[in-house]
Design a binder for this molecule. Structure first.
Ligand code: ARG
Length: 266
């Protein structure tokens, strides 16, 4: 499995665009670097191959490459960031995709409904669970034209702390996922339960970003201090790797947000 990551050279809390962020709680730079490096090495040890995009000064959230796009049917779908603070990241991602040989499906302009990439769109087998309500706009999925409408599962997010679907839901394979149910509207909870078997994460571990996990076959890389979900995953035959992510949780992200899948193998 191939992923895109971005080193946290310029990562910090410079603005507040989600409830986790507090500009008075700056990141400890060396701790963030250490946590990122451990995540990077852990993913490599699980068999990942990792490409890197050069970080850009002035874009502290560029470290969260999950929002750089969505790899879909061998092409990239570009994001339209909701907040101007992140919109300037797009040209750098576009350039990187282009130079790496990826074709893109879409052009993004002011009229494009908001869409925050793989942060709001997660595959479970062929099904694509798409989040909306805070960052991505439901109309993006409806209007895109190239997304297979029969395979989209619409998931409405209702808790501002869980503003991207990857903060509260994580497919482990095509049949099983973990989630934090109360992050979703009652209708969406019912819809999701019909599509996939779901293991609930406790409120405490949801806050520790337990659902923000990277799955590589039977390996699950998730934030540390999530003992309950870790033992449930182990009972299901997964090998859990815990990584300290506190410096990134300050910005509302963790393991999964720091990666973008660049291939797809269903
Ligand atoms: N501070 C970033 C933002 O609010 C965090 C992004 C986390 N990414 C994710 N895929 N959940 O945009």
């Amino acid at each position: 499995m191939r992923f895109l990551m971005c080193r946290p050279d310029y990562y910090n809390i410079e603005y507040e665009i989600n409830p986790w962020m507090d500009v008075s709680k700056a990141t400890k730079h060396q701790d963030a670097v250490n946590q990122w490096n451990i995540l990077f090495k852990t993913l490599l040890s699980c068999g990942a191959s990792i490409d890197l995009i050069t970080p850009v000064k002035g874009y502290p959230d560029m470290v969260f490459t999950a929002n750089a796009g969505l790899f879909y049917q061998n092409k990239m779908i570009l994001p339209h960031f909701k907040f101007k603070e992140r919109q300037g990241e797009l040209p750098y991602y576009e350039k990187w995709f282009d130079q790496a040989g990826f074709q893109c499906w879409n052009k993004v302009d002011d009229h494009t409904p908001f869409f925050e990439g793989a942060g709001d769109a997660l595959f479970a087998g062929e099904k694509l669970f798409v989040g909306f309500g805070f960052r991505s706009d439901q109309r993006f999925y409806e209007k895109a034209g190239y997304l297979d409408a029969n395979k989209l599962i619409y998931c409405e997010l209702i808790d501002p702390y869980y503003y991207h679907i990857d903060t509260c839901f994580c497919p482990l394979n095509d049949k099983l996922a973990i989630w934090y149910p109360s992050a979703f509207s009652p209708d969406s909870q019912t819809r999701m339960q019909k599509e996939i078997e779901l293991i609930a994460v406790s409120e405490n571990e949801a806050k520790r970003f337990a659902c923000n996990a990277v799955v590589i076959d039977k390996h699950v890389v998730l934030p540390d201090d999530c003992p309950l979900i870790s033992s449930l995953l182990e009972q299901r035959g997964f090998q859990v790797h815990a990584c300290k992510m506190d410096e990134f949780i300050k910005a509302g992200g963790a393991c999964k947000c720091l990666t973008l899948r660049l291939d797809y193998d269903e």
